[in-house]
Design a protein around this ligand. Structure first.
Ligand SMILES: C[S@@+](CC[C@H](N)C(=O)[O-])C[C@H]1O[C@@H](n2cnc3c(N)ncnc32)[C@H](O)[C@@H]1O
Length: 212
C-alpha cells in the first residue's frame, strides 16, 4: 500500500488486518465513507485493481480535490461529495468502510445504517473508530473536544448490531511508543503538543467487521 500519511502510518496495522481478514481482492467494489485525503481509498484501489471500483465519499467538497490528487494513478477511484447520512451510490458494493468518521458525524447510527444499505446482501461493513479517552500521554487520558463522539469506538459493536448487521469479528488496537517516531509525530500533528519523553498510547481503534 502506498500514499499513506501519518495517520495511516501509525494505524496501518488495524487497516491491514481488517482488509486481509475480509479477503478484499481484484474486482471488488467498495465505498470509503469520510474518505478525507483518500489514503484508505488509494490502499483499496491498489488491492481491487482496474477491474474494481472505489467510491471515495466525503461531505467536504475539498476532499474531492485531495482524493483526485492522491488517486491520480487510479482511474477506478470515483470521488463523490455526499454526507454519510445520505449515502446513495450508483450501484451496490461489496464493502462499505469508514475510519475516524463516526466520531465526527451528528448521528453515527444513521450513517452505519446507510452503509449497511449500500452493500450487496452478504457484503461487508467495516468501521474503525477510536476510544479517544482510552489513549494516554504520560499516563493522562486523551481528549478531543472538537469531536462529536470521541469515544464512539466503544459503542461500535452495538451500532453494527442495531443496523441489522451480523458481526463476524471485532477488536481494538492501540499504537504506542516513546521518544521521536511516527507515534509522537502523529500526536503532535493532532494536538500541537510535543510529548517530549512521555510515553504515549494512542487512542485504541475499535474495528468491527460485519456482514449484511
Ligand atoms: C478524520 S478524517 C478521516 C479521513 C479518513 N477516513 C482516514 O481515516 O484517514 C474525517 C473525514 O470525515 C469527513 N466527514 C465528517 N462528517 C461527515 C459526514 N457526515 N459525511 C461524510 N463525511 C464526513 C470529514 O470531512 C473528513 O474528511
Amino acid at each position: 500500500m502506498s500514499g499513506f500519511g501519518l495517520r495511516n502510518d501509525v494505524y496501518r496495522r488495524p487497516l491491514a488486518t481488517a482488509l486481509d481478514r475480509l479477503g478484499v481482492g481484484p474486482g471488488w467494489k467498495c465505498v470509503d465513507v469520510g474518505a478525507g485525503g483518500g489514503d484508505v481509498s488509494v490502499a483499496l484501489a491498489e488491492i481491487v485493481g482496474p477491474a474494481g471500483r472505489i467510491y471515495a465519499v466525503d461531505s467536504d467538497p475539498l476532499s474531492r480535490d485531495a482524493v483526485a490528487a492522491s488517486a491520480a494513478a487510479h482511474s477506478q477511484v470515483v470521488a463523490i461529495t455526499q454526507a454519510g447520512e445520505d449515502l446513495l451510490l450508483p450501484e451496490a458494493v461489496d464493502l462499505a468502510f469508514c475510519r475516524f468518521l463516526l466520531m465526527h458525524v451528528i448521528d453515527p447510527a444513521r450513517v452505519i445504517t446507510r452503509m449497511a444499505s449500500a452493500v450487496k446482501p452478504g457484503g461487508w461493513v467495516v468501521a474503525q473508530e477510536p476510544i479517544t479517552a482510552a489513549g494516554r500521554i504520560g499516563g493522562r487520558p486523551f481528549s478531543m473536544p472538537e469531536a462529536r463522539h470521541p469515544d464512539v469506538g466503544a459503542l461500535l459493536p452495538g451500532l453494527a448490531r442495531d443496523a441489522g448487521l451480523t458481526i463476524v469479528d471485532a477488536w481494538a488496537e492501540a499504537p504506542a511508543g516513546i521518544g521521536p517516531g511516527p507515534v509522537a509525530s502523529y500526536l503532535a500533528s493532532l494536538t500541537d503538543v510535543d510529548p517530549g519523553d512521555d510515553p504515549i498510547v494512542l487512542p485504541p481503534l475499535v474495528t468491527v467487521l460485519a456482514r449484511r
